[in-house]
Design a binder for this molecule. Structure first.
Ligand code: UD1
Ligand code: CA
Length: 473
């Protein structure tokens, strides 16, 4: 089967009524990524994006916007009248749009997100080897309730032939115990599918066009319908309720944690780790309990990430220490830096090699040079800070005048005394000292001392006189 003879359709038009949420079902996330994006990612491992047809309908614009960058094609199902109707729209798209009809069409469900490319390939191979008109991916879960069941022609034998798929609500009492479920994933000989689609009706519990009815129709026509069992039940579990999604989410994240542990990462209490799919972590790094690594986060080797830190879309080098409770978003941290506890690195924070960012320090759009330290209670925003700088406790940049943001530039080896306020735009050149408690509004030349505070006045005996009523203030 040449790839050009093969296309993939993804059913993603449904509302997800059982979720009771405004967000369309296929945009709910597991492992930090929308359900439909998991399915598209697997499909793209098998065929080119231009041969993937994503069927959208409910909140079509929102779904399209979320997946557009993958390069898949879109088929609109304006009204959602069932999975059979969804494929009728694909047929119309091909025949009315003049697109060449692929010889075989593999159908995936946008809400069956753990499907692996290897399995898609296997369905395709079985489909070809069995010369089937329809090949159904099935599984035997502990509890089949809610799924359509696959009725085999010769139950208990190896024969793959199928008689029909019966939806949960249509099961007769003696069919209720059928253990094998329909995964909602199929491969069709496209001509056979397209012929039967027009014959579907809505005489069923949901009043919808069921794609699953095509199975019995093909069998009645002496065409072959076969089942292929998935290697793991988890792979074909559907996500119809939030509880089901969170079950898949936990399974996926535990999988990610196991993959990282197998590559040399220590994860204490891995069941508490919230790690998104695309995260990478180097060997010899230790993650303490209740750490979240989200989005496109990359962490080097020999790091220690202590409990309750939440790191999103950030890049950490090697040997970095993240103490408890740090929050990072779109930050870059070089080797051997030490952060926290309770540091907040906001977007475009670039922390240099061996630099320290300590307790209750907030950074935003800041470059902090190698070996520089901001250890206590600082706000550093819109600043370029050189190497070897010491920022004393409580010192802050005043980067905002109420209308515009301005930059603070601090040269190498500058010493900023505690509780200083640096009013931007301002430059403090290399080697300068800022006296504690200064309000700095003008540039400070290299190697100089700047004092920007009122002189201290001491009045000896003042307190005694006040107590005696001789001093009014
Ligand atoms: C479907 C199958 C069932 C199978 C189960 C596996 C049918 C009739 N039943 O049931 O046999 O066991 O999947 O998970 O197909 N969709 C559209 N347009 C529509 C309706 C649905 O694109 O008009 C999409 C949904 O967004 C979803 C997928 O098709 O991604 C499946 O629809 P859903 O309503 O969840 O079907 P199930 O009841 O789970
Ligand atoms: Ca479903």
């Amino acid at each position: 089967m040449k790839p050009t003879d093969f296309a993939i359709a993804i059913m993603a038009a449904g509302k997800g009524t059982r979720l009771k949420t405004k967000r369309p079902k296929v945009l709910h996330e597991i492992g930090g990524r929308a359900l439909v994006l998991h399915v598209i990612a697997a499909a793209r491992q098998v065929v080119d994006a231009s041969n993937i047809y994503c069927i959208i309908g409910h909140e079509a614009d929102r779904v399209r916007a979320a997946v557009e960058s993958t390069g898949v094609q879109f088929v609109l199902q304006a009204e959602q009248r069932g999975t059979g109707h969804a494929l009728q729209m694909v047929k119309a798209f091909f025949t009315l749009g003049g697109t060449a009809v692929p010889e075989n069409l593999l159908v995936l469900s946008g809400d069956v997100p753990l499907i692996r490319p290897e399995t898609i390939d296997r369905i395709r191979q079985v489909h070809q080897a069995e010369q089937a008109a329809m090949t159904i991916l099935t599984a035997v879960p502990d509890d089949p309730t809610g799924y359509g069941r696959v009725l085999r022609a010769q139950p208990g034998t190896d024969a793959p032939d199928v008689l029909a798929i019966v939806e949960q609500k249509s099961l007769s009492p003696d069919q209720l115990s059928t253990p094998e479920i329909n995964s909602g994933i199929y491969c069709f000989r496209t001509s056979a599918l397209f012929e039967k689609l027009d014959l579907l009706d809505t005489n069923n519990a949901h009043g919808e066009f069921y794609l699953t009815d095509v199975a019995a129709m093909l069998v009645a026509d002496n065409q072959r319908v076969v089942a292929v069992k998935a290697d793991s039940v988890d792979e074909v579990l559907g996500a119809n309720t939030i509880a089901e999604m969170m079950h898949l989410d936990a399974a996926m994240r535990l999988d990610t944690a196991r993959r990282l542990m197998a590559s040399g990462v220590t994860i204490f209490r891995p069941e508490t780790a919230v790690i998104d799919n695309e995260v990478t972590v180097g060997p010899d790094t230790v993650l303490e309990p209740y750490v979240q690594l989200l989005g496109r986060t990359t962490i080097g080797s020999d790091c220690r990430i202590r409990s309750y830190s939440v790191i999103q879309n950030s890049t950490l080098g090697d040997n970095v220490t993240v103490r408890n409770g740090c929050i990072m978003d779109s930050a870059t941290v070089a080797d051997s830096a030490i952060l926290g506890p309770y540091a907040h690195l906001r977007p475009e924070s670039r922390i240099g090699e061996g630099a320290h960012v300590g307790n209750f320090v907030e950074t935003k759009k800041v470059t902090l040079g190698a070996g520089s330290k901001a250890n206590h209670l600082n706000y550093l925003g819109d600043a370029v800070i050189g190497a070897g700088v010491n920022v004393g406790a409580g010192a802050i940049t005043c980067n905002y005048d109420g209308v515009h943001k301005h930059q603070t530039v601090i040269g190498d080896n500058v010493f900023i005394g505690s509780d200083s306020t640096l009013v931007a735009p301002v430059t403090i050149e290399a080697g300068a000292y800022i006296a504690a408690g200064s309000c700095i509004t003008e540039n400070v030349p290299t190697e100089s001392l700047a004092l920007g505070r009122a002189r201290q006045v001491v009045k000896p005996g003042w307190a005694t006189r006040k107590k005696q009523g001789q001093e009014s203030r």
